[in-house]
Design a protein around this ligand. Structure first.
Ligand code: ADP
Length: 349
C-alpha cells in the first residue's frame, strides 16, 4: 500500500519565510492528486517535502505505514519528474533511463527489459541511442517520465512537468500522463499552476493560496461548490464573474439586487437580512439569452470573441462592467447590442 499522509505539516525556510501552514491530506493508494494554486503558494515546497528534498519544519509525513520525515530521499521509494527534465546531456536516452537502475545494482538483463518496456510504452524505441539535445521538448519529457517509470516506485511526483511545452503538446502529454497513471496504478502527486491541467488530471485537487490549503475535493465538486471567492475565481475558464450588490427581500422571495437590476436567489440556507452587502458569483456559462423583454436584465455587449461552438461576450450591466457570458455561436450577438440575460437562481453563488 502506498498511501501518503501529511498531518499538520509546516515549512518555515531558514530565512523565516513561512511557506506552508498546517497542511493535512491523506492520499489513497493509486490516487491521482493535483496541487494547484498561483505561483508562490507553496505547492513545490510541499512536493519537495514529500520527496525529501526539503526538511519538514513540523508535522508528520507518512508513506504507507512508515513515518518518513527523516528518511533520505533515495529510501522513500518515490520518483520525481521535474519541469526542466533534468536529463544527463552526455548520456543517450537509454543510458538516462537505465542510470538509476544501474546505480542500484540491478542485473543488466533486468535493466534492459525495464528500459525497453518503458520505451515501447512511451514511443521512444527508435530514439534510445540519441542524446537529449537531439530530441524535441515533448520527447525529452517522455524520457524524464520513462526514467521515473522504470524505477517502479510507490509514488510518482510531478513538478510542473509540462510547463516548457507548447499549448498543443501540453494537451497531448496531459492525456498521456493520465493514461500512464491509470496503467501503472501508482499513487501520483502532480503540481501545476494551471487550473485546467488540475481539473482534467486529478481524481482529487488541492487548491492552495499563500501556503494554506483552501479546498480539497474532486474537480467537479470544487467547481460546483467552491468554498470561497478565491477558489471560485481560480478554477474555471473564463473566470467566474463577481458582481457587488445587496440582498433584497421582496415579492415572496430573496433577491440579489445590483442597484440597476435584480436576480432571484434560491431560498437561503440561513436567514439573511434585506440590505446585507453581498457579492454574487456567476459563471460565464450560467447566463442565458432571452427574448422576453420582461425577464432577466439588460446587458450591453462590448466585445464578442468567437470560439467555434460558442462566443464569449464581454458586457456591462448596471454598474457592473466587464462581465463575460459564454453563449451559443448561433446567438449572433454583435458588439453594442443590448441583450437580455437570465440566470437560474441555483447557478448564482
Ligand atoms: P509554488 O510551487 O507554489 O510556486 P514554492 O513552494 O516554490 O511555490 O514557494 C513558496 C514560497 O516559498 C514562495 O514565496 C517562495 O519565494 C518561498 N521559497 C521557496 N524556496 C525558498 C527558500 N529556499 N528560502 C526562502 N523562501 C523560499
Amino acid at each position: 500500500m502506498s498511501e501518503v499522509t501529511l498531518s499538520h505539516v509546516e515549512k518555515v525556510y531558514p530565512d523565516g519565510y513561512h511557506a506552508v501552514r498546517d497542511f493535512n491530506l491523506k492520499i489513497e493508494d493509486k490516487q491521482f492528486v493535483v496541487f494547484v494554486g498561483p505561483s508562490g503558494c507553496g505547492k513545490s515546497t510541499t512536493l519537495r517535502m514529500i520527496a525529501g528534498l526539503e526538511d519538514i519544519s513540523s508535522g508528520e509525513l507518512r508513506i504507507g505505514d512508515q513515518r518518513v520525515n527523516d528518511v533520505p530521499p533515495k529510501n522513500r521509494d518515490i520518483a520525481m519528474v521535474f519541469q526542466n527534465y533534468a536529463l544527463y546531456p552526455h548520456m543517450t536516452v537509454y543510458e538516462n533511463m537505465a542510470f538509476g537502475l544501474k546505480l542500484r545494482g540491478l542485473p543488466k538483463a533486468e535493466v534492459d527489459k525495464k528500459v525497453k518496456d518503458a520505451a515501447e510504452f512511451l514511443g521512444l524505441q527508435s530514439m534510445l541511442e540519441r542524446r537529449p539535445a537531439a530530441l524535441s521538448g515533448g520527447q525529452r519529457q517522455r524520457v524524464a517520465v520513462g526514467r521515473a517509470v522504470v524505477r517502479d516506485p510507490k509514488c510518482f511526483l510531478f513538478d510542473e512537468p509540462l510547463s516548457n511545452l507548447d499549448a498543443r503538446l501540453r494537451v497531448q502529454m496531459r492525456a498521456e500522463i493520465k493514461k500512464l497513471q491509470a496503467r501503472l496504478g501508482a499513487t501520483t502527486i502532480y503540481v501545476t499552476h494551471d487550473q485546467e491541467e488540475a481539473m482534467t488530471l486529478g481524481d482529487r485537487v488541492v487548491v492552495m493560496k499563500d501556503g494554506v490549503v483552501q479546498q480539497i475535493g474532486a474537480p467537479l465538486d470544487i467547481y460546483r461548490k467552491p468554498v470561497n471567492r478565491f477558489v471560485a475565481g481560480f478554477l474555471g475558464t473564463p473566470p467566474m464573474n463577481f458582481i457587488a450588490g445587496r440582498i433584497a427581500i421582496a415579492d415572496g422571495g430573496v433577491w440579489f439586487d445590483e442597484g440597476s437590476f435584480r436576480l432571484r436567489l434560491p431560498p437561503p440556507q440561513q436567514s439573511i437580512a434585506g440590505g446585507t452587502s453581498v457579492v454574487a458569483g456567476i459563471r460565464a456559462h450560467a447566463f442565458k439569452l432571452t427574448s422576453d423583454a420582461a425577464a432577466g436584465f439588460a446587458a450591453a455587449a462590448e466585445v464578442v470573441e468567437p470560439l467555434g461552438e460558442a462566443v464569449d461576450v464581454t458586457f456591462t450591466a448596471g454598474n457592473a462592467g466587464d462581465l463575460v457570458a459564454r453563449l451559443p455561436a448561433e446567438s449572433q450577438v454583435q458588439p453594442r447590442d443590448v441583450m437580455r440575460l437570465t440566470v437560474e437562481p441555483e447557478r448564482i453563488h
